[in-house]
Design a binder for this molecule. Structure first.
Ligand code: BDP
Length: 716
């Protein structure tokens, strides 16, 4: 009987129509869903054939992507031709790869190494579209841009587009360990299966590369900044080389995080002093060895003398001494060193927010030309909201990279919907006033403020082995937005959200508008329910999951949330004016002046810069205490709205992804309430003031929130 049942089941399986590609998020924004019948003919008329040769792996990748995307969207395969041009052909290539492109005499010279143009042209009197570039990589980016136009339902008629990245190095930083755990990763394991490499290369790695190329990411740092020197040993370099070979066709170079004392740990030396000739020689040889395996190796990322990592200061040398030694090792092959400015030390009793500036600003001009100093968006640590880092604009003679965190270590992990585009836009548009008004962080990042050509932006990756790549559907948007903003730091977070939503979900305006609105309010919701009014670093210890504003017993003062909020019977907030830590003096006078007075400080940063009495009046007319409570509650209410909006989108979204997002939003609402209640219970125990009218008291007493433990929270 059982056997019969089994046979029947098997038979049913065989006869069932092939299941449509599952909507589980795997395809990211490269879903290439079919164009609605009413619009298909117009696109089909402008995409009748692909014309071009593909002599290089990169051009093959471009051609294959076009073929794959167009077939899926238009419902029929396109002939791929080498010459000739029927009406509606899409020509692709560089003047070198394609005689047809060469004959068009297009101004590709202006496009640089990675730019492209897309134009409507006539070839032998027939209308055609051309994707042309100076380099194969430019053609690949152009191919993705054309596909993006169709995916977002923009016209293919009368095109005259030219685009090129404004930032040279657009890198993901993976905090991936060699045992496949991911520090601060919430999306499964590391994509790099070190144990099976180099022989076995997971097919999804090619999709990782495609996704990156589609948004212009051109480099990937494979391993954690808290690095393991083993990655620099021959067996691992063979694995690194396999990944580099896989990613190269997609314009992606690999980089490695270098452990500063590797010469001791794996090289048998007794010192890692950057001025020691043997140490310098070791790094030179190591770099040369890497380049024999990976001829286009990008270079090193280094976290030194930070949170216990070894570094040049262990030998009384400066960050510049350390960075320059490595820079010399990779310079002959065009490599760079990304030296992180995320440093702070417990031994210094000074405000942690000041330490990177104090250490790095005096080194301006002392770094070799192939060193980039990599600076987090804010002076503390990837909080839901921080002011821009005071180093931006303050090191005119040093290339500065902006580092942002895609993985949501401090913003609710993968289950909270928080689109980070607005956060990055906020920092990029911040005015440093370092060369007069309009000296935005974006102009530092794109090099235009101080005439720099080596420019970079880095994003701490949020991808892993989860089927949906990022641990949640909406976290894909942060990967997408990072790439797009690194390509153009002057871009708009809203426009990027819309672009992403159309490709990832659907073009129906009944879906696009509410999804984009939800995304655009989502980060502010997190700020409200976690750290309103400029509060920061209130997360629970180590794993950072949930609230821990009461924590005051960690060995390092600046690991304790109480260090940051300084709440007591009299008031709350960190005084960073001249009366307090003086951190404000690290900003240009125009910025410092405005922020030194609570009345001219934007309320969203109030308690970052000021310690104020609980009864201080805010613009709303409420006291500080009442405003705090109102904002905590507002955060929860925003999540409730987001849930309601999402529930209403059921008719427009496939069931699988709709359910996942819906469940995660329910988790988010529960956890937002937890944040609100725990924070109000704790701060209320200090302010000793009643809740404002109409506000519900916390569900549990403070002791309950303090007792919660999560020893297995992810990402540690
Ligand atoms: C902190 C993370 C820690 C990282 C560190 C860094 O908690 O895991 O190692 O940043 O950026 O936010 O180096």
């Amino acid at each position: 009987m059982r056997l019969l049942l089994l046979c029947l089941l098997l038979l049913a399986g065989l006869l069932a129509p092939a299941r449509a590609a599952a909507e589980d998020g795997y395809r990211l924004w490269l879903r290439y869903g079919p164009v609605e019948p009413a619009r298909r003919a117009r696109y089909a008329a402008a995409a009748t054939a692909l014309v071009g040769e593909a002599p290089s792996p990169t051009l093959r990748a471009a051609r294959d992507e076009l073929a794959r995307g167009l077939e899926a969207m238009l419902g029929r395969p396109l002939p791929v031709e080498v010459g000739g041009a029927r009406a509606g052909a899409i020509l692709f290539g560089t003047p070198a790869s394609s005689p047809a492109v060469a004959r068009l005499n297009l101004p590709v010279g202006r496009l640089g190494d990675e730019g492209y143009l897309i134009r409507s042209v006539r070839v032998d009197g027939r209308p055609a579209t051309v994707i042309a570039a100076n380099s194969d990589r430019g053609v690949l980016y152009g191919a993705f841009a054309l596909l993006r136009r169709i995916q977002t339902r923009q016209t293919l008629e009368r095109l005259d587009l030219a685009d090129a990245p404004k930032v040279k190095l657009r890198l993901l930083n993976h905090w991936d360990n060699l045992d496949r755990t991911v520090e601060r990763g919430y999306a499964g394991q590391s994509l790099w299966d070190w144990h099976k490499l180099p022989e076995w290369q997971e097919p999804r790695l090619r999709d990782y590369a495609r996704a990156n190329a589609s948004v212009g990411v051109n480099g990937t740092v494979l391993n954690n900044v808290n690095s393991n020197a083993q990655v620099l040993t021959p067996p691992y370099l063979a694995k690194v080389a396999a990944l580099a070979d896989l990613f190269r066709p997609y314009g992606i170079r690999v980089y490695l995080s270098a452990r500063f004392n590797a010469p001791m740990e794996i090289g048998g030396l007794t010192t890692a002093d950057p001025l020691d000739p043997a140490v310098r020689g070791w790094w030179r040889d190591k770099a040369a060895e890497i380049y024999t395996r990976v001829p286009d190796f990008g270079g090193f990322l280094v976290k030194a003398n930070s949170e216990g990592q070894p570094g040049p200061q262990d030998y009384g040398r400066s960050h510049a001494d350390g960075a320059n030694m490595l820079a010399e090792a990779v310079a002959p092959r065009g490599g760079v060193v990304m030296w992180r400015a995320f440093v702070y030390s417990n031994e210094k009793p000074d405000d942690r927010a000041k330490q990177a500036y104090d250490e790095f600003r005096p080194l301006d001009g002392r770094f070799h030309p192939n060193v980039v100093v990599q600076v987090k968006n804010g002076p503390i640590d990837f909080q839901p909201r921080e002011p821009f880092h005071p180093l931006f604009g303050a090191m005119p003679r040093t290339p500065l990279a902006l580092e942002v965190q895609l993985t949501k270590e401090y913003l609710g992990f993968a289950t909270h919907l928080a689109y980070l585009g607005p956060m990055w836009e906020e920092v990029l548009r911040a005015d440093t006033f370092r060369a007069g008004a309009g000296s935005t962080v974006a102009k530092v990042v794109d090099g235009s403020l101080h005439g720099r050509t080596l420019t970079a932006m880095a994003g701490v990756a949020n991808v892993g082995t989860d089927r949906n790549w990022t641990g949640s559907q909406f976290d894909q948007a942060n990967w997408y937005a990072f790439g797009r903003l690194a390509w153009d730091p002057h871009g708009s977070a809203r426009a990027i959200a819309e672009e992403w939503a159309r490709q990832t979900w659907d073009n129906d305006p009944r879906l696009v508008a509410p999804v984009v609105d939800t995304m655009m309010t989502s980060r502010e919701a997190v700020v409200d329910y976690m750290t309103p009014l400029g509060l920061h670093h209130l997360m629970a210890t180590d794993h950072h999951y949930g609230p821990g504003p009461w924590v005051d017993d960690l060995p390092r003062a600046d690991w304790n949330p109480t260090y940051y909020h300084r709440a007591g019977a009299a008031g709350i907030g960190f005084d960073r004016t001249t009366r307090g830590s003086g951190a404000l003096s690290q900003y240009a006078p125009e910025v410092a002046q405005r922020l030194s007075d609570p009345r001219t400080t934007p309320e969203e940063l109030l308690l970052w810069f000021h310690h104020l009495p609980w009864d201080h009046r805010l613009a709303s007319g409420r006291t500080l205490w009442n405003e705090l409570v109102v904002r905590y509650s507002r955060g929860v209410a925003k999540v409730r709205d987001m849930r309601r909006t999402w529930a209403g989108l059921r008719p427009h979204v496939d069931a699988e992804r709709h359910t996942e997002v819906g469940v995660f939003l329910a988790v988010q609402e529960k956890e937002a309430r937890w944040w609100r209640d725990a924070s109000i219970a704790y701060f209320g125990s200090l302010s000793k003031r009643p809740l404002p009218a109409g506000q519900t008291p916390p569900a549990h007493p403070l002791a309950y929130y303090r007792s919660l433990r999560f020893p297995h929270a992810p990402g540690q």
